[in-house]
Design a protein around this ligand. Structure first.
Ligand SMILES: [Zn+2]
Ligand SMILES: [Zn+2]
Length: 252
């Protein structure tokens, strides 16, 4: 076992946490694995700099069974750059939202894939997955992934920074959550359009999402996972506050 095995979340979901050190805070770019009845499903592939360590850590979870399927939220390199290399070792079925775009997986050298649509629900490896329209993303075709079995919402690109020492923290109570400033700082670097958003409309969009899907685990590619509906509600309140702060600071 490596020193940092993937972290088990409820109902057979694994967080393969990886992060970058920045000036002060760190930035996660982490894939997840779902232990589905008919094989392991990989959600995202992480950053290319982490390719070797991710292959090892994912391999520790899946063993000889390998990865049976993978789902990608969008085609930005930190999310999909390891797809071709991982597919050489694990001959998985690939599901993406961008199959019909100019950046189709085939055009990017990832091999054949199945296109999935927003609001669609599919059985993948015996697990029911839906693909909601995300309230906050950086590419029009981006989709989030909801796993009905574990009630996990896999979230890209909305996220937050963390501090050294918190790299492997799973937020299970309000005390563990990132601060409004950890969310604000991430937004301003990764999602510069956030200053144009109406915080109250975003509150409505988050409420609609958690009303539509019964979310028990919030699993961001760019952040620590959050477990429990009330802790997720508190996190989304902070996300709204972070958006409001950015909008207020940039107002003329
Ligand atoms: Zn991203
Ligand atoms: Zn870290």
């Amino acid at each position: 076992m490596s020193e940092t095995p993937a972290i088990e979340l409820p109902d057979g979901v694994y967080w393969v946490d990886q992060c970058y050190e920045m000036t002060e805070r760190h930035h996660h770019i982490s894939p997840y694995l779902v232990d589905a009845p008919e094989g392991y499903v990989l959600v995202e592939t992480g950053a290319i700099e982490h390719q070797d360590v991710l292959r090892e850590r994912i391999g520790e979870v899946v063993g000889d069974a390998g990865v049976a399927a993978a789902v990608f939220s969008h085609y930005d390199l930190p999310h999909v750059a390891n797809a071709r290399a991982f597919r050489e070792g694990w001959d998985f079925d690939l599901y993406t939202s961008f199959s019909g775009t100019s950046a189709s997986p085939e055009a990017l050298g990832m091999g054949p894939s199945t296109g999935v649509m927003h609001d669609e629900t599919r059985e993948i490896c015996g697990r029911t997955l839906s693909f909601p329209w995300p309230p906050l993303v950086d590419a029009a075709h981006s989709m989030w992934v909801y796993d009905h079995g574990s009630k996990t919402m896999f979230v890209a690109d909305m996220g937050h920074y963390h501090w050294p020492g918190d790299c492997r923290v799973v937020c299970r109570s309000v005390d563990d959550l990132p601060s409004v400033d950890d969310i604000r700082a991430y937004n301003e670097d990764a999602l510069p359009f956030v200053k144009y958003l109406d915080a109250e409309k975003m509150r409505g969009a988050f409420e609609e999402l958690v009303d539509t899907y019964d979310v028990e685990v919030w699993a961001p590619v760019h952040g620590n996972p959050i477990v429990g509906a009330s802790t997720i509600d508190a996190y989304l309140d902070r996300a709204v506050e972070a958006i409001a702060e950015t909008a207020a600071a940039s107002a003329p």
